[in-house]
Design a protein around this ligand. Structure first.
Ligand code: ADP
Ligand code: MN
Ligand code: MN
Ligand code: MN
Length: 419
């Protein structure tokens, strides 16, 4: 079997009305896993220092009653629709904190109010009528603040509760709800680059604008080890642990081909679930970077020249593709993808033409081809899938800064809905 665990949009009200099950991650009530003698979720948040105000109360209030007597902080997170549109310095995520006097367990939406924000400050509305609405759609434990606090992924809505034009999740939810029988799965590989405050990627010389300098040519960095090849591992590790503690479906991390470049993978997960988990994981990455003085960016071509770009490879399968004989369904999907190239490229991220050059393990943006184990093709059929005769395909075209909801919706529309 290629992978295990059926992804399931557990918090999709259309599919599982009431009550939504809590995620597998530790939350209040369930016994916490132990690392040494300290419950793992407590260890993570006490390690994460700066933002952990509760730690200062240790000794004043015995550990376990602390959660019960404090109010709950719910971090409302949303996309401003500008992923990659602001260069390396700024990402497309926003968040603010709501303090709730009555706890809402992670994994439930009931009891989380709709909230609002000033859309004129996020380029999502005009100043004279600026309120946009935040509709909670997914929650998980907050691994930085610790229990009982939660992270809340939100859809942005207009005043009349219709989806805001920057809200790509609403369309993904529609695609999810009409393809339940096909059980679409996504695995997204998020590549990103770590930057110093001055804009040079970690590992590159400060001089020369970060386009060369002391680093050697590409080669020793991918999955490397050792102080002269690895830059920013502390942050990458801390981020992975935070995702694990949040109950996200993170499936791994690796150092990438360019120095200072890393990847984490989310999946397999459902059509909206992959975007929910990936967006929260992006949020945690940027947040933890604050403490390290490192800006993590998902810009598609961080360094011009002979350096790999950064992608959001999208692995995709449906139930028929995962069953014996599924290779026929995979080939048919590739053929369909070949008829919708422009529609896909349109939602595969800003500045992607700089990355899809035909070099550095990409296929040119002008071309479409698919092939077994071919990292120079648009769609790669993994070798194991070809050997087994079933499995999944990998769309290598999405750029690191693509909106995961838009990518997932587009894939389902082309392959499953013939739209
Ligand atoms: P690569 O070899 O391209 O670097 P990775 O191992 O980084 O691939 O990522 C592969 C991703 O695909 C993982 O997130 C994995 O969970 C996901 N995946 C595995 N099997 C399937 C499947 N059948 N359908 C969709 N995604 C899958
Ligand atoms: Mn990978
Ligand atoms: Mn990669
Ligand atoms: Mn890949």
């Amino acid at each position: 079997m290629l992978c295990c665990g059926s992804p399931d949009d557990a918090q999709n009200p259309a599919r599982k009305p009431q009550p939504a099950p809590a995620p597998a991650a530790p939350s209040q009530g369930a016994p916490a896993p132990l690392i040494g003698r300290v419950p793992a979720h407590r260890r993570i948040y006490s390690n994460l220092g700066g933002r952990n105000r509760l730690r200062n109360l240790k000794g004043v209030v015995p550990g376990d009653s602390l959660a019960a007597m404090t109010a709950q902080c719910a971090e409302y997170i949303w996309l401003d629709g500008k992923e990659g549109g602001k260069g390396w310095k700024f990402n497309g995520l926003r968040s603010k904190t709501k303090v709730l006097q009555t706890h809402v367990p992670a994994g439930t939406l009931d009891g989380l109010p709709i909230w609002n924000f000033d859309g004129s400050s996020t380029e999502q509305s005009e100043g004279h009528f600026s309120d946009c609405l935040l509709k909670p759609v997914f929650t998980c434990p907050d691994p930085v603040r610790g229990a009982p606090h939660i992270l809340v992924m939100c859809e942005v809505m207009d005043k009349d509760m219709t989806p805001h034009p920057t809200n790509m999740r609403a369309e993904a939810a529609r695609c999810r709800d009409v393809t339940v029988d096909l059980e679409p799965w996504f695995g997204m590989e998020q590549e990103y680059t770590m930057y110093r405050p001055d804009g040079t990627p970690l590992g590159f010389a400060l001089a020369n604008g970060g386009t060369g300098g002391e680093v050697d040519a590409q080669g020793p960095y991918y999955c490397g080890v050792g102080a002269n090849a690895m830059f920013g591992r502390d942050l990458a590790e801390e981020h992975m642990m935070a995702c694990v503690m949040a109950g996200l479906k993170i499936s791994g991390i690796n150092a990438e081909v360019m120095p200072g470049q890393w990847e984490f993978q989310i999946g397999p997960a459902g059509v909206t679930e992959v975007g929910d988990h990936l967006t929260i994981a992006r949020y945690l990455l940027y947040l933890l970077g604050e403490k390290h003085g490192i800006t993590c960016a998902i810009t598609p071509k961080p360094v011009k020249g002979d350096w790999n770009g950064a992608g959001l490879h999208t692995n995709f399968s449906t139930k028929p593709m995962r069953l014996p004989g599924g290779i026929d369904h995979i080939n048919a999907a590739c053929e369909k993808l070949g008829t919708k190239v422009a529609e896909h490229i349109a939602v595969y991220g800003d500045g992607n033409a700089d990355r899809l050059t035909g070099q550095h393990e990409t296929c040119s943006i002008e071309e479409f081809k698919y092939g077994v184990a071919d990292r120079g093709s648009s769609i790669r059929i993994p070798l194991q899938t070809s050997i087994d005769g079933y499995g999944y395909l990998e769309d290598r075209r999405p750029a690191a800064n693509a909106d995961p909801y838009a990518v997932a919706a587009r894939m389902v529309k082309t392959v499953c809905l013939n739209e």
